[in-house]
Design a protein. Structure first.
Length: 198
């Protein structure tokens, strides 16, 4: 299960006192991953967005950096639940339900989710547009087999036009979501994306 994989990567970073770690979620959606980011912060690893160099990936790696008080945070958590396995006693999560936030953690998880939506919306435009612009080349190759007839070219142009229209609709939706989540972060006093010196 992906939750175990994420917690394993976090615990590995905690035990090795790694300065940072990058992880790629395997499950769809960002809400559970925002809950994981909340847990990582309790152990002293702050979510910083997409890891550098993988912006073109459909499912990028996410970067977490160790905070100066990470050792103390991890030690305090381990002492508070010495007999419970970490997977069953995730800080801020409902016991036995994995990455399901408890009511007291929901606000912070929602803020992390907004940060992730802003990050994802920044990737939408260049990544999807590059795929749309490559599509005519792919269609030209496939049109070479049956021949370049006026009918085939018109069909290919209509297909490309439909994809481009969907891209524009998606871009509008993405910009609206980005604006909404940036407003949510601003209202909470969260500066996002973070500065390089974080």
């Amino acid at each position: 299960m992906d939750e175990r994989h994420l917690v394993h990567e976090l615990m590995k970073a905690v035990s090795e006192e790694a300065p940072e770690f990058a992880v790629r979620p395997r499950f769809p959606g960002l809400k559970k991953f925002a809950a994981f980011a909340y847990v990582a912060e309790r152990f002293g690893y702050r979510y910083l967005g997409h890891a550098p160099g993988n912006a073109a990936l459909n499912n990028p790696y996410f970067l977490f950096r160790r905070t100066p008080d990470a050792r103390e945070r991890a030690a305090a958590l381990m002492e508070s639940t010495p007999s419970a396995p970490v997977q069953k006693a995730l800080p801020g999560m409902r016991p036995g339900l994995g990455l399901t936030p408890a009511p007291e953690a929901r606000r912070e998880v929602d803020l992390l989710y907004s940060q992730m939506v802003v990050d994802a919306s920044g990737r939408y435009s260049p990544r999807v547009l590059s795929n749309i612009l490559i599509l005519p080349i792919v269609m030209a190759i496939f049109l070479a087999f049956p021949g370049y007839t006026v009918g085939n070219v018109l069909i290919a142009a209509a297909v490309w036009g439909a994809f481009f229209a969907l891209y524009l609709v998606g871009l509008g939706v993405t910009r609206a979501r980005r604006k909404k989540h940036l407003a949510h972060l601003t209202a909470a006093g969260v500066e996002w994306p973070p500065r390089v010196d974080v």
